[in-house]
Design a protein around this ligand. Structure first.
Ligand code: SAM
Ligand code: SF4
Length: 468
């Protein structure tokens, strides 16, 4: 693979030079209209579909690509290399990617795009072979071998062990740190265990060391990542669990969050720790999937709805101002009107601040996919109605809860700098998203009073005092 040559926009062959190190390099300048400057030769465009794990994987690939001397561009037609880093969780994710692959095949025929790589969860699935036949794809990588991209783009090959020492996004104000990969559950509907494999946890010292290094290089906000982070156990046999790891990281980093958690692994002491530690953001994402015990059993979630409610009571008591979000699937095969009513009741009881609501999508190889054509399958029209009912119930609750924040003064962490509307996007310590009129840079804090609220976001007034 090291002998690959590429051609630039003038069709001149460019040997891909091997570089000795993988030190991150800044994104090179782009010219007017987002086009690379004339002297830039190799260009790459990375598109990410899916969850934060995919965003994180894209970050790692971006570092390799920049290190190999590519300039990052945003449009396919400006790119020599296009990387589609994909999600496989729902069927429409694959359909979306097909649309992009069709467009890329056309751009390749026109000689505008030279190489296409399909990576991530779809790359790890059987379906990628069919896509390879239909579309012009040069490289397919799954989630466990993204490191092979290095060789493809001309960097020295990298070995990646099964417990990858994944670098976060160093030098930026926020970083994701993967603490575990894979998942040991077998939820009826989910492809994650088959595409990401069984759970592998990183050693505690390894994680703490990375967090320290990131904070030393300017990171102000660390998010611990994994499919079931609260199932984390120290693989070195120290007996440490997620509670201990979170406590350690909260001592090292100025601002910490974690996602995603599984209700069966969530310990009460971890929920209390969120309220006790000043550096941990008071928001909890705890996917429930359904309010019906019958459906939770069919989904193999391993808990009943009342156990979930009890966890939420502990969280609300420990972090009274905190925010709570969840994932809910409607229309799983076998879901009756009574089951749906149970979900609506749970939404009412837990009063979520937000929720990701999904219509069941049959994923091949999963248990539930085999039931998608059974008599218990939920017709599309019914699933759509249930979807809207759950969404509305969540939004009504969220709107009421957000209204209560009006008048409070909040310290706001700036996530994205001021946009065309003159407002930056930030986050309170309780995890609320806030729009605030400030020129403060991402990674800084301002203090402002909340003036109004919608179901998804709070609106703050002019900050009092300078940013810190
Ligand atoms: N590990 C997390 C957990 O245990 O809940 C969730 C990971 S999954 C990648 C993210 C969310 O996608 C799930 O919580 C679920 O609500 C949704 N999801 C997964 N498979 C789905 C499917 N086949 N149809 C619809 N939604 C699905
Ligand atoms: Fe999928 Fe269930 Fe594992 Fe979450 S816990 S990743 S939903 S199998």
């Amino acid at each position: 693979m090291s002998s690959i040559t590429k051609t630039n926009k003038n069709n001149t062959p460019i040997p891909l030079v091997k570089k000795p190190s993988l030190t991150p390099t800044p994104v090179p300048a782009v010219g007017p209209g987002g086009r690379p400057d004339a002297e830039s030769t190799r260009t790459a465009c990375i598109r990410t579909f899916g969850c934060q794990m995919n965003v994180h994987d894209s970050d790692r690939m971006r570092r390799m690509i920049l290190d190999a001397g590519y300039t990052e561009v945003t449009r396919y037609e400006d790119a020599d290399l296009v990387v589609l880093n994909t999600c496989y969780v729902r069927e429409n994710a694959v359909d979306r990617v097909r649309g992009h692959l069709g467009e890329l095949s056309r751009l390749k025929r026109e000689g505008r795009v030279k190489k296409v790589a399909l990576t991530g969860c779809i790359g790890a699935a059987e379906e990628s072979r069919q896509l390879e036949k239909h579309y012009s794809i040069d490289l397919i990588l799954g989630t466990h071998n993204t490191y092979e991209l290095a060789e493809f783009i001309g960097l020295p090959g990298m070995e990646e062990t099964h417990t990858p020492e994944l670098p976060g996004t160093e030098g930026e104000h926020t970083a994701f740190v993967t603490i575990m990969t894979g998942c040991n559950y077998k939820c009826s509907y989910c492809v994650v265990p088959s595409v990401r494999g069984r759970m592998v946890c990183r050693p505690m010292e390894n994680v703490v060391h990375e967090v320290r290094r990131l904070v030393g290089s300017g990171t102000r906000y660390v998010t611990l990542l994994g499919q079931t982070v609260d199932a984390w156990r120290d693989p070195e046999g120290s007996g440490n669990k997620f509670f201990d790891l979170l406590g350690r990281v909260a001592e090292e980093a100025p601002r910490v969050w974690f996602t995603t958690s599984h209700p069966s692994n969530m310990e009460d002491r971890t929920l209390r720790l969120i309220g006790e530690r000043e550096t941990i953001v008071g928001k909890l994402h705890l996917p429930v999937q359904s309010g019906s015990d019958r459906m939770l059993k069919a989904m193999h979630r391993g808990y009943k709805s009342d156990r979930y409610r009890r966890k939420i009571e502990v969280f609300r008591e420990a972090v009274p101002e905190g925010t709570l979000s969840t994932d809910i699937i409607v229309g799983h095969p076998g879901e009756t009107e009574e089951d749906h009513e149970e979900t609506l009741r749970l939404v009412e009881d837990c009063s979520f601040d937000s929720a990701y609501v999904f219509k069941f999508s049959p994923r091949s190889g999963t248990e539930a996919a085999g039931l998608a054509k059974s008599p218990g399958a939920v017709p599309e029209g019914v699933a759509q109605r249930r979807f809207l009912e759950v969404l509305r119930a969540v939004e009504q609750n969220a709107f009421k809860r957000n209204q209560r924040k009006i008048g409070s003064t909040e310290e706001i962490y700036i996530r994205h700098a001021k946009n065309g509307n003159g407002r930056a996007v930030g986050e309170t310590w309780s995890g609320h998203a806030v729009h605030v009129p400030t020129t403060a840079k991402p990674g800084g804090y301002v203090t402002s009073k909340i003036e109004s609220a919608g179901p998804h976001v709070l609106y703050a007034g002019e900050p009092v005092g300078p940013p810190r």
